[in-house]
Design a protein around this ligand. Structure first.
Ligand code: 6PG
Length: 463
């Protein structure tokens, strides 16, 4: 009987959690997994919710179980698996049936698929990890408004709520949803890196043990840095390891993994010509973290750090400042992409979407949404509230970067934030030298400051 409200393909961790979330909100969900055993195991473990789950062993069965026009969520690994799944599914669908790719797809793949497929398609970024998918993720959709409207009742019902407002929205056309998710992850990398650098200063610079660091983060979580990432950093620092009877953090290998979404953000920023040095530094820092053997060799050759004297308040202010500069860059990138791809994407809608459910959710995002509203077309650094916050905290960031650098302690993301700020608040930069050099060796021409004449050349043209 065709009575299911929505279909879901791919019962991995995220897919299973999302399907249970949908069933819990009162919708009937038809599920399919390539391995049938997994489908049955899923239903068995669904408990009371199994009444609203229709297990399907074939794609035909899945399409037969769904009300028309159908809507089917794909939760399969990003990349070729998505193309394969679409190829397998497409012949079973009617012209008006809607495919929703809710994996971490590269937005360029989403654009390509939308163009190639002659059917409704939405590219949807889902954030919040397994817990979010199960109880309320942030949902960032891209595609046609009419297609979003068809599934909005279900996707807003399962999304996280910020003071009652669902964190689920259509943020723009075609690839916009997956693009926003990639930038979310780029910011996620940078936010995590800034916190990790702060932890490093406490551990290596000040000599604090993990159990002493935990309450500092926990305390910051009651202030302007209140965020999911600060909250879990406190919990990670507090965790005890039974095997060694010491802090768990101390036995975790210092090489960060990555699935690639942060890297995509850095690559796309280069395509757009948008500066996002804090995010780039965070991606590079993950790559450096992986080079453990080389780091050990160089530590033996050059030695490492010295102690520093930094207060917790100074670190909190520096972290706040770095965070504002990192978000400035992420949101600038969204604005540049909206222009480049002709998306209706508004930064305030994205900031609102990120207020709950997603990994980078934080108290500051509500202020950011307001800042973009009061200062449309301006960067966060120009918006009155954040300009004041920067003015209050930039001294701390400078002091921390200078102190850390003086002692040989690595703070690449903080230093990138400071370098960005100092570059951007200098009206007369130094690229006149670069233009002179370019003209010298390649006759590329320059613009004169005094009379605005373009295509000028130096006397070296005649050398
Ligand atoms: C989220 C996360 C999620 C995931 C990424 C992290 O918003 O829920 O960003 O998508 O944790 O896989 O990616 P890395 O493996 O690259 O850290």
């Amino acid at each position: 009987m065709a009575n299911a409200d929505i279909g879901l393909i791919g019962l991995g961790t995220m897919g299973s959690a999302l399907a249970l979330n949908i069933a819990e909100k009162g919708f009937t969900v038809a599920v399919f997994n390539r391995t049938t055993a997994k489908t049955h195991a899923f239903v068995e473990e669904a408990g009371d919710l199994a009444a609203r789950v229709v297990p399907c062993e074939t794609l035909e069965a899945l399409t037969e179980a769904l009300k028309g026009p159908r809507a089917i969520i794909l939760m399969v690994p990003a990349g070729d698996a998505v193309d394969e799944q679409i190829r397998a599914l497409d012949p079973h669908l009617d012209a008006e049936d809607l495919i929703i790719d809710a994996g971490n797809a590269n937005f360029r793949d989403t654009m390509r698929r939308m163009k190639a497929l002659d059917r409704p398609f939405l590219g949807v970024g889902v954030s919040g990890g397994e817990e979010g998918a199960r109880h309320g993720p942030a949902i960032m959709a891209g595609g046609e408004a009419a297609h979003w409207d068809r599934v909005a009742p279900i996707l807003t019902a399962i999304a996280a709520k910020y003071e009652g407002t669902p964190c689920a929205a259509r943020l723009g056309e075609n690839g916009a949803g997956h693009f926003v998710k990639a930038v979310h992850n780029g910011i996620e990398y940078a936010d995590m890196q800034l916190i990790a650098e702060t932890y490093g200063l406490m551990r290596d610079g000040i000599g604090m043990a993990a159990p002493d660091i935990a309450p500092v983060f926990a305390g910051w979580n009651d202030g302007r840095l209140a965020s999911y990432l600060i909250e879990i950093s406190a919990k990670v620092a507090a965790a005890h390891d039974a095997a060694t009877d010491g802090p768990l953090l101390d036995v975790i290998v210092d090489a960060a993994g990555q699935k690639g979404t942060g890297r995509w953000t850095a690559i796309e920023a280069q395509h757009l010509g948008t500066p996002i040095p804090v995010i780039e530094a965070a991606v590079a820092a993950r790559n450096m973290s992986a080079q453990r053997d080389l780091r050990a060799t160089l530590a033996a050759r050059f030695g490492t750090e010295e102690r520093v004297d930094l207060s917790m308040d100074m670190l909190e202010a520096a972290l706040t400042c770095g965070k504002v500069l990192c978000y400035t860059q992420g949101f600038d990138m969204l604005r540049a992409a909206a222009q480049a791809f002709d998306w209706s994407l508004m930064r305030e809608d994205v900031a609102r979407n990120w207020r709950a459910g997603c990994i980078i959710r934080s108290a500051m995002l509500d202020d950011m949404a307001e800042a973009f509203e009061v200062a449309p077309g301006k960067t966060l650094m120009e918006a009155p509230y954040f300009a004041d916050l920067l003015a209050q905290t930039i001294g701390a960031l400078r002091h921390v970067v200078v102190t850390a650098s003086g002692a040989g302690l690595p703070v690449p993301a903080m230093a990138a934030a400071l370098g960005y700020f100092d570059t951007m608040r200098r009206a007369r930069g130094t690229a006149n030298m670069i233009q002179g050099q370019r003209d010298y060796f390649g006759l590329h021409g320059f613009v004169r400051l005094d009379n605005g004449k373009t295509d000028q050349h130096g006397p070296w043209a005649d050398d």
